[in-house]
Design a protein around this ligand. Structure first.
Ligand SMILES: [Fe+2]
Length: 382
């Protein structure tokens, strides 16, 4: 048995943001824009503001979202929302602003704190309309019915997941990613690859998610390198690929890469995409025996030649292909290089046991396995 549902309208292409104001009139006349200072300073709000002004929509900008937003940060954003009595929310930026926007939409109609809804389907009331505008090529947060929020009191990033949380509309406009710095393009693109890849081998995969996930892996294999190099069309294709990866990851579930990376993110300020990319080949090696056929599919999708190879040899090429891609787009070799200290590994492994992304992983795993995965990624040299 499987089910597949999806709740976001996707509007993609050149200058689609020119219509966001006209489209948003159905949600009200007062908008809260949730973003961060970087997005605002780079002028990325301009087409949105112009379109809202043309449509006669009043808007209020909350630009205080921090990276890895906390419960407190969501509350601040919600207070700003209340002060201005907004009708709907527009989230603009990477995963942090988009997740904050979705969190405010939950709290606005359900009360309390976003922490009250940790886990699956605890959100009771319909949430406010949320329009999302991604400015990176990775999180897929523009279409996921989930939000990842940090709780500093327990060094833990928790997930709120609810089918009531699908954003109403997602706008994929190439202007938003044309000036994305190359390292961020590489890191967020590797996050998207991790979403598609973990979804493809997940225990929760089904024929619908499989068909999209393997296609997305192929798109990323083809477009991530030229996107990092600055090719505009490749960047737009990555924007589409990361959005599709978001659709499949909530439907199929993720795995140990995200479980370990999110736990690490609770202790160290490492970029989520970088953390995933460093861990990914090591978790792939661990998971490979669970489904070598699917790993072979991944190798082929990433352009590897598998003719004449045994299934095991072909499957191993998937790991090599991912390592080559990581190297090409500038991902550091190991966790030590991004400031992780190995004294925290036992605690992080323990915390990862309860991560929401662990159960869908295709291979059963123990505390010792989780610790070993952190250790192999800690000082790996290619
Ligand atoms: Fe991710």
């Amino acid at each position: 048995m499987f089910k597949f549902s999806f709740g976001t309208e996707i509007i993609a292409g050149d200058h689609v943001l020119d219509n966001i104001g006209k489209n948003a009139l159905q949600y009200g006349k007062r908008a809260l824009i949730v973003t961060d200072k970087g997005v605002r300073q780079h002028g990325l709000l301009e087409p949105i503001e112009r379109s809202l002004q043309d449509a006669g929509i009043e808007y209020f900008i909350f630009d205080e979202v921090v990276s890895n937003p906390t419960i407190q940060n969501v509350q601040e954003s919600y207070r700003f929302f209340q002060q201005h009595q907004c009708d709907f929310i527009i989230g603009v930026g990477g995963g942090s602003p988009l997740d904050t926007a979705k969190s405010v939409a939950v709290v606005a109609t359900n009360g309390g704190s976003i922490a009250d809804y940790e886990g699956s389907n605890l959100v009771q009331n319909p949430v406010l309309p949320v329009l999302t505008v991604p400015s990176t090529v990775g999180t897929g947060a523009e279409v996921t019915c989930a939000t990842v929020i940090s709780d500093p009191t327990r060094n833990f990033k928790f997930v709120v997941f609810s089918d009531k949380m699908y954003p109403t509309q997602a706008y994929l406009d190439p202007r938003m990613v044309e000036n994305l710095p190359a390292p961020l393009c590489g890191a967020t693109g590797m996050d998207a690859l991790t979403h598609a890849l973990e979804s493809y081998i997940s225990r929760g995969a089904n024929p619908i998610t499989d068909s999209m996930a393997i296609h997305v892996i192929g798109m990323i294999g083809r477009y991530l390198r030229p996107a990092v190099a600055g090719d505009r069309e490749a960047r737009f294709q990555m924007l589409v690929a990361s959005c599709m990866a978001g659709i499949v990851d909530v439907a199929a579930g993720l795995g140990l890469v995200h479980a370990l990376a999110n736990t690490m993110g609770g202790y160290f300020p490492v970029h989520h995409g970088v953390a995933n990319a460093i861990l990914l080949p090591h978790v792939m090696k661990f998971n490979l025996i669970a489904n070598p056929k699917k790993f072979t599919d991944i190798a082929v999708a990433l352009g590897e030649k598998v003719d004449g190879l045994s299934e095991r040899e072909a499957a191993e090429l998937a790991v090599k292909a991912v390592q080559k891609l990581s190297l090409d787009v500038g991902i550091p070799n190991n966790l030590r290089e991004v400031g992780i200290t190995d004294d925290m590994i036992p605690q992080m492994a323990k915390d990862s046991l309860s991560a929401i992304d662990r159960p869908p992983n295709p291979r059963v795993n123990s505390l010792a396995d989780l610790e070993a995965l952190y250790r192999v990624a800690f000082d790996y040299q290619p």
